[in-house]
Structure formats: structure tokens, C-alpha cells
Design a protein around this ligand. Sequence first.
Ligand code: FAD
Ligand code: EPU
Length: 345
Amino acid sequence: MITNNVSLKSLHSFAIDVSARRLYVVDTEAELFAIWRHASTNSSPRIVLGGGSNVLFLENYSGTVLLNRIAGMTIEEDTDYWYLHVGAGEVWHDLVNACLEKNMPGLENLALIPGYVGSAPIQDIGAYGVEFQQFCEYVDVLQMETGTKHRMSVAECQFGYRDSIFKHNLREHYVIVAVGFRLIKAWSPILHYGDLVHLDAQQATPRQIYDIVCAMRRAKFPDPTHQGNAGSFFKNPIIDASAAEKLLNHYPDAPYYPQPGGEVKLAAGWLIDRCGLKGYRIGGAAVHDKQALVLVNFDQATGEDIAALARYVRMQVAERFAVWLEPEVRFISSYGEVDAVRVIA
Ligand code: FAD
Ligand code: EPU
């Protein structure tokens, strides 16, 4: 399917009123490759989107948007594991539901994360004590200059906190077309985050975890269908041990998470909250009043409103705590992705 000069408002979770020159919904690898090639010969910018739940459009997009809807799931098993091969165009939460319905637990802590399966490896999605990489067996990518397919191992993907090779070296020329999962049959619950700590590890069921995770998320995050947002706008900053010691001496109540190697991860939401910024507004953009790490499209915000608010928040946090926040959200200009830190510096 092709559409010209189409509104992107309903196709990204910030729901900013921007348009794209062309939009294609692609269902097969062949279609994806052909459309990408066609746009290249016209020197038109191209971007692949899943659910648009981790992007900020700063302005109208002058090129071609390809919505990846390559579907399908196959399941194999041996005595110890289930092995799933899932098309990039499957909805992430539907996959979590399907696994629970088939009594294949593991993904329940990652319930209700918006977006598509093909986007999960890009920032190694994570929530409530679990990260995507723990279940990943491989990622299938299409090299868009040649149309050849590569299967990447977990080591090759270089997963890290909200990071992977797909945000760096492979960003421009590779598209994820499928993901391989490995779910262990000897399931054990992961219960160290939030309200999950109240469950008894001997008794807890995957369904209970799923229900609690969904309840926590519904209580905390604004529903993008009612108020545009992209989840956490910034990453939680990771600082070195001596800077952390200084900060924690001044603010002993600051939440922190020691990292391997001695670094310390701070809670960006707490830092922003402590600056008194909950509810703060610039134009149509606002800091969410329950979760300060979420910036919302409060009232017909433009991409520039959200970027201006992010700039202000980042500066306030730096002035007070000497910590510079980095956006988790990817910034898209008229011609393609731009460096988000530079835009709000
Ligand atoms: P999109 O926004 O469509 O794309 C994201 C980036 O990946 C873009 O740069 C795009 O060009 C690129 N891309 C998309 N598909 C492909 C592909 N097939 N191949 C190559 N590149 C591609 N994230 C978490 O990790 N944990 C959370 O708990 C969480 N909670 C959220 C809560 C809310 C309310 C919202 C709105 C977002 C939340 N997020 C969270 C962020 C978001 O859900 C994830 O980043 C998700 O994986 C994005 O999926 P998407 O399909 O919407 O990606
Ligand atoms: N906090 C405040 N005020 C706020 C927000 C948070 O004081 O306004 C405090 C909380 O009380 C808590 C700490 O900050 O002590 C951390 O907050 P929370 O547990 O809500 O998690 P988070 O660090 O804000 C991260 C992820 C989320 C993920 C949750 C649950 C990042 C950038 N964000 O949020 O992921 O769902 O943990 O695991 O790592 C996303 O990436 O888009 C996302 C939503």
C-alpha cells in the first residue's frame, strides 16, 4: 500500500501533527527491499518504523516512511527450550500474550511495552528487572544495498542498557526483518522490581507477574492514545563512582543502581522531579505530572515544543546535579535521524 503526503499523527506515539512525503506498509522482505531501492534511486530519505513509540518528529518528513509489517511466528522446541522465530512486524505485546496463552512463560515482565518485535533489539527493551537480550537467540537483518540477509548472534548485536549495534554501525543500511527467541522451560520468576517484590517466588505464576506489571504500567505511564508521549524521554544516566559518591552524599535519598565496573546508574525521573519540574510546560509540551521522565504532548505540541522542553529539563538537571541527561527517544528531522543531544544542547 502506498500513500502520498500522508499525516503521521496516528503513526507515532507523540501524535505530533507532521506528514511524510510517502508512506508504504510493507508485508514482505522483497517489498521492503524494492521500495527502499526505489527511494534510493530518487535520493529520497527513508525511514523504517514499527509503532513510532520511540521517535520524535521535529518537522514534516521529506522522504519515505516504510511501516514494517512482516508478520509470522514459528515455534520449535527441545527438552529444555522453546525456540520462536517471529516476524519484525508483529506487535510486541501480542507476542507476550501469545506466549502466555501457549504456556511459554518468560516475557511477562516485558508486557505492555508499546511497539513491534523488530524494534525490540534496537534499544534492547527492558522493564521490571528484565531485558530483551536475555531471551534473544538471533536477529535477522536485511542489508539494504544488496538485499542479502544476515543472521546476527547475540554477541554481534552488542546489547547494552538501551543500546545495541543497531543504534550505531548498522543504523543506516540494515533493517531488522525477524527475531529469534529462546525461552527456557525451567522458568523462574523475576521479582525484584516494584510491586513484584511482594510475590512469593515459590508460588508466583507468570500470569500474576503479567497482571502486576500491566497494573504498574497503567498506573504510571500516560496512555499514548490519550496523551502523546514516547515513554521515558531520557535514559537513566550512568556516572562514575566518585561523581556518584559526591552526589549521594548531598542527596542520600536519591535512588541509585550500582553497575558492573563500579559505575552507578541514577534515576533520571527522580533528578527531574527534584528540580520541581513535574507539570512544567513549554508551548504544548509538558513534563508528565506522575512520572517526570515522561514528556507529553499536552496540547497540540510541535516537535520543537518537545525539544525545547527537553533542552530546559536537561539544563535544569545539569545546573542542580552536574549530570547531563541524554535522550532515549530518536529525533527525526525532515531529512532523517539527527543527533538528539546536539539538538537539545
Ligand atoms: P519505532 O519508534 O517505530 O522505531 C524506533 C527506532 O527504530 C527508529 O529509529 C526506527 O527507524 C528504528 N526501527 C524501527 N523498526 C526497525 C526495523 N525493523 N529495523 C531497523 N530499524 C527499525 N521502552 C523500553 O525499553 N522499556 C519500557 O518500559 C518502555 N515503555 C514505554 C512506555 C510508553 C508509554 C511508550 C510510548 C514507550 C515505551 N518504551 C519503552 C519505548 C518503546 O516502546 C520501545 O523503544 C519500542 O521498542 C519501540 O518500538 P516501535 O516499534 O514503536 O519503534
Ligand atoms: N522517580 C521519582 N519521580 C518521578 C519518577 C521516578 O522520584 O517522577 C523515582 C521512583 O520513585 C524510583 C526511581 O525514580 O525510585 C525509578 O523510577 P521507575 O521505577 O518509575 O523507573 P524509571 O527509571 O523512571 C525505567 C525505564 C522504563 C521502565 C521502568 C520499569 C529507563 C530510561 N526507563 O524507568 O522504561 O519501564 O524503569 O523497569 O530506563 C522506557 O525506556 O521508555 C521506559 C518506560
